[in-house]
Design a protein around this ligand. Sequence first.
Ligand code: PMP
Ligand code: GLN
Length: 403
Amino acid sequence: MTSEKAGTYMAERVRGFGETIFSEMTALALKHRAVNLGQGYPDFPAPDFVKEAAWKAIARDENQYTRSAGHPQLVEAIALLWQRDWGCSPDPLTEITVTVGATEGLFAAVQALVNPGDDVLIIEPFYDAYPADVIMAGGTPRFVPLRPGEDGEWYLDLEEVRRAITPRTRMLILNTPHNPTGKVFSREELEGLAAIAQEYDLIVLSDEVYDYLTFDGRRHWRIATLPGMWERTLTLGSAGKMFGVTGWKIGWVVGSAALNLAVRKAHQWIPFCVATPLQVAVAIALQEASAQGYLETMRVAFERKRDILVQALAEAGMRPLATHGTYFVLARIDPLGWEDDVAFCRWLTTTVGVAAIPPTAFYSEDHKAMGRRMARFAFCKRDEALQEAARRLREGLRSRTRA
Ligand code: PMP
Ligand code: GLN
């Protein structure tokens, strides 16, 4: 089918979408053999115990459809993790739904809880799936930007959040630790958002896929565990992030039975259920991770990688902003004389040989200017890749900054 013809068949709800920035920049990185610090996925092997878990699951012949809401062994393991680390005991059978990555969790939750014509609050810069999910549900995204302070930290003005609320506002999508800024919302900030959610009767969809990746002694708080929030919050998690296996696409949604019931009504028609052997594998891996203290080991390893990358960016003449969580860092590019993130990231990928993501992809039309003087770099990469990127940046940027 020609693309022209495809255009005539295309439904309204997808017509405005382009290719995701992650696919676009990874294709460009491959073409130019760039070190890919763009799309956020680890370039190193998964831990042996994680791969062994998958072999065990296959050997058990766990090959057929499983329970739509999630394999009993996995929901049990997720409930145990919540109990151990977050002081909260979701019921495995009614309060946890396993989804095709957090990505399907987001889609199913928005489909299940947002009516056409509803408004959904999205904090900018945003993970790019959020506005797309809201649009596909017939809702309207309303954007509130994080603003950088003099201290290089990011701040959310709660008065701005209040001003963005309309009588049709139904949901707030929150992300902490936050991609792409690396902001970890403090308990006080979450209490402020919780008060607003309760005052305006909003559902909070809290994307916490980087919950185990916080640095500098920052603590991750779950908004769902604050007073009055359990019944109105859905929390998203991802095995892809916990175990560095983004291609497994195993995620979950945790929240009250009433909210999960809604999610399941959508989820049963999306994948029905998620890859059974990989669900069992994640259940086994979660047990093994607890026994080995793996999540803390991973956190420490990523904190060190963060330091390597931040130093490399600074040495290359950029101004990295503070990042206390996730595996991303935003860096100011204007000290190099660049004011256009898209042109810079393309030039960096094709000429210097280091791929990065232009942050304007994470801003609405009205606020794109806020992202123009930055680039996002991922540090979930082998030390050798980070060092090679550092070398290319040092050499490429010193000699070729924009006239
Ligand atoms: N939310 C955020 C903030 C992310 O960075 C990602 C990573 N791709 C996702 C959701 C999607 O998670 P998953 O790979 O489990 O679908
Ligand atoms: N979450 C990853 C990132 O932010 C990319 C996910 C994707 O490619 N869809 O880089």
